[in-house]
Design a binder for this molecule. Structure first.
Ligand SMILES: Cc1cc2nc3c(=O)[nH]c(=O)nc-3n(C[C@H](O)[C@H](O)[C@H](O)COP(=O)(O)O)c2cc1C
Length: 363
């Protein structure tokens, strides 16, 4: 299963292994990717991944979570992304871009500097559905309806640029407490207008963003949405809410639901989704069975046999590997050997595989 192809619109992935988007906080000061990003992401393509996802990339300057985030709102950034796409393609994999606006979590220092709020003028004014802020974070300014129209154009602009840069797939980040998730979750959204209150209203802005992206993103290219399938255990956004959202997303042309969780501050630790091997697979499985969506499982997937079993059980259609890829960028190519101890080097670039296949021979 791991090495069965999967077709999403005109894009055929050679295998089911996806490199999960992972922010590296290493952008040039203008938000553009550099030679560092080209090297970092090309490694996974050489390593046999079926799809390489680029980290969360802001659609507008104030949408960055830190000053080191990637962004895609200028010509210069677009040109640098074009180079990045060429590098990943040249190394053998299609490449997707995750677009995002950090919302209430914008304008902080890097994780290794403690995610501390950075205030204007160095930082940005931080926006959210209402003034419910992130604990220990910025004062949050409620987004006015006319600013929502501007944000929708920013997402559209980012999608247009991503297409011109050559990306094969676009993923809209609707998870982890960032802007679109904060509209969905009752823990962050208590607006009283048509964008708050009942579920249908809370979904309205995120769905408008997706619709706007679908309008400009080519028909033959797939769209993925990453969801926080639940906020936690017995609180906030639920898996039933995710089912309703996934149905609505499928109806407006989304091709893949990427099933993550969490990102909202919760009142008690025992409400957090417990972590462990494959801890979010049940969410992918639930959404697949309730909606028939093509789904991606992510979180704590580290072993080839474990990943293969997830696909074989029919719990998910794709597996995304995050941190284990940082340890083993050749994880995908190596998985072919690990699955059946086959010493199958055929999935490696010929330049490596030809030699590796002969290494075990005595003469
Ligand atoms: C360094 C790092 C950066 C991350 N950045 C992003 C991101 O940009 N977008 C996103 O949706 N998830 C992000 N995540 C979450 C990962 O994509 C993934 O869902 C999570 O690490 C669980 O998968 P894993 O157990 O295989 O690492 C990040 C995780 C890590 C460790």
């Amino acid at each position: 299963m791991l090495f069965d192809p999967l077709t999403l619109r005109a894009l055929t992935l050679e295998n089911r292994i996806v490199v999960s988007p992972m922010q590296t906080y290493s952008a040039a000061q203008d938000g553009a990717p550099t030679a560092w990003h080209r090297g970092h992401l090309a490694r996974f393509a050489l390593g046999g991944a079926g799809l390489v996802m680029v980290e969360a990339t802001a659609v507008s300057p104030e949408g960055r979570s830190t000053g080191m985030d990637l962004g895609i709102w200028t010509d210069l950034q677009e040109a640098a992304f074009h180079q990045l796409v060429e590098s990943v393609h040249a190394c053998g994999a299609p490449v997707g871009l995750q677009i995002q606006h950090a919302g209430r979590k914008a304008s902080t220092t890097a994780p290794w500097q403690g995610f501390k709020p950075v205030e204007p003028p160095t930082g940005q004014v931080v926006m959210g559905p209402t003034d419910i802020g992130v604990p220990g974070g910025h004062v949050t300014v409620p987004i006015h309806e006319k600013d929502m129209e501007r944000l929708i154009s920013c997402y559209q602009g980012a999608a247009l640029r991503a297409d011109r840069a050559g990306f094969d797939l676009i993923e809209i980040h609707m998870a982890h407490g960032y802007l679109l998730h904060s509209f969905l979750s009752p823990l962050a959204n208590n607006r009283t207008d048509q964008y708050g209150g009942v579920l249908e209203n809370r979904m309205r802005f995120p769905l408008r963003v997706v619709e706007a992206v679908r309008q400009v993103w080519p028909d033959d290219k797939p769209i993925s949405c990453r969801l926080s399938c639940v906020d936690g255990v017995g609180i906030g956004w639920s898996i039933e809410d995710s089912t309703r959202l996934a149905e609505a997303l499928l109806a407006i042309g989304v091709d893949l639901i990427d099933c993550s969780s969490g990102g909202m501050a919760l009142p008690r630790k025992d409400m957090l989704v417990p972590r462990g091997p494959g801890f979010q697979v049940p969410f992918a499985k639930a959404l697949k069975s309730s909606t028939g969506a093509t789904v991606m499982a992510v979180g704590g997937i580290t072993e080839a046999n474990q990943a293969n079993a997830i696909l074989q059980r029919g719990d998910a259609d794709l597996v995304a590997i995050g941190r284990e890829m940082l340890v083993h960028p050749n994880w995908a190519a190596m998985a072919a050997n690990d699955l059946d101890n086959s010493h199958d080097w055929s999935r490696w670039p010929t330049q490596f595989g030809w030699w590796l296949a002969r290494r075990a021979r005595p003469h």
